[in-house]
Design a protein around this ligand. Structure first.
Ligand SMILES: C[S@@+](CC[C@H](N)C(=O)[O-])C[C@H]1O[C@@H](n2cnc3c(N)ncnc32)[C@H](O)[C@@H]1O
Length: 252
């Protein structure tokens, strides 16, 4: 077992290390909201190793992150083990949201379902504008929604297409918008409950939790991104903001 660095910031407990090892250290949580490495760099497994298919913003040209160039069997192995460990530690009625793209969606679905998570829906994140490329340029990402048993806090009155402009990716090559994460956190947990993100990157899920008064457990294998997450989450706990962008949530 490699050494894991553990840090507490506000109501967040953050681990720098492999999530499969860090998961052994935790007690429990009410919800998972995570954006795993899609390992979707090309249309074929051979192409994935040459990292040919996915384009990143100029700032992150050539800067790839850990475990994002696995072949499908590596991805399946990691997701299946993660799914099993998460299910074991999750409270009864816990919910889970996992970001994924169209290529790797069937693989992640299978890994989660075979781990015991009950897959209940597929949410589309509409980024409002399309990105680079040809043949239907990408404008969406997908979010698999799953439950452990019957959800203790089911999402109400929220459609499964959520529109939210993408982030400029200043902190991480695949940074997600805080407004989107706040919507998912607010829709699936109550104040004071605990959310986990085993692949936190620059800590966007943790930022949303801090702003909305949730506890957070975050894990990240890369020290650079871990340090960024620590800084962002610390700043967010210092400036709580319970406002969830109105356009992303239905009228009360
Ligand atoms: C898609 S990114 C998450 C980006 C994040 N949503 C954000 O807004 O910054 C996935 C992250 O998982 C990390 N990662 C990959 N394999 C990991 C592992 N086995 N354990 C923990 N973190 C891992 C990568 O270093 C990467 O930063």
């Amino acid at each position: 077992m490699t050494k894991i660095l553990k840090q507490t910031i506000g109501n967040a407990t953050l681990y720098c290390g492999d999530c499969l090892e860090s998961l052994q250290e935790i007690e429990g949580f009410d919800a998972v909201i995570s954006d795993p490495p899609f390992s979707s760099g090309a249309r074929t497994d051979a192409g994935k190793s040459s990292r040919g298919g996915m384009l990143r913003g100029a700032k992150w040209e050539g800067d790839w992150f850990s475990h994002d160039n696995m072949a499908t069997h590596g991805f399946l192995y990691l997701m299946r083990l993660m799914g099993v460990s998460l299910l074991d530690k999750a409270a009864r009625g816990a919910t889970a949201h996992f970001f994924i793209d169209w290529r790797m969606y069937p693989n992640l679905y299978g890994a989660l379902e075979s781990s015991g998570w009950i897959v209940k829906n597929l949410v589309v994140w509409d980024k409002e504008h399309f990105g680079m490329g040809t043949n239907y340029r990408n404008q969406h990402e997908l979010i698999i929604y799953a439950e452990k048993g019957l959800a203790a806090f089911p999402t109400h009155n929220l459609g499964n297409v959520i529109r939210c402009a993408r982030e400029k990716s200043l902190n991480h090559p695949t940074e997600k918008p805080v407004a989107l994460l706040k919507t998912l956190v607010a829709a699936s947990t109550r104040e004071g409950q605990t959310v986990i993100d085993p692949f936190m990157g620059s800590g966007t899920t943790g930022v949303a939790c801090a702003l909305l008064g949730r506890k957070f457990i975050g894990m990240e294998i890369d020290r650079r991104h871990f340090d960024t997450a620590c800084q962002r989450i610390e700043a967010a706990y210092g400036q709580p903001d319970m406002f969830v962008q109105h356009a992303l949530l239905p009228a009360a």
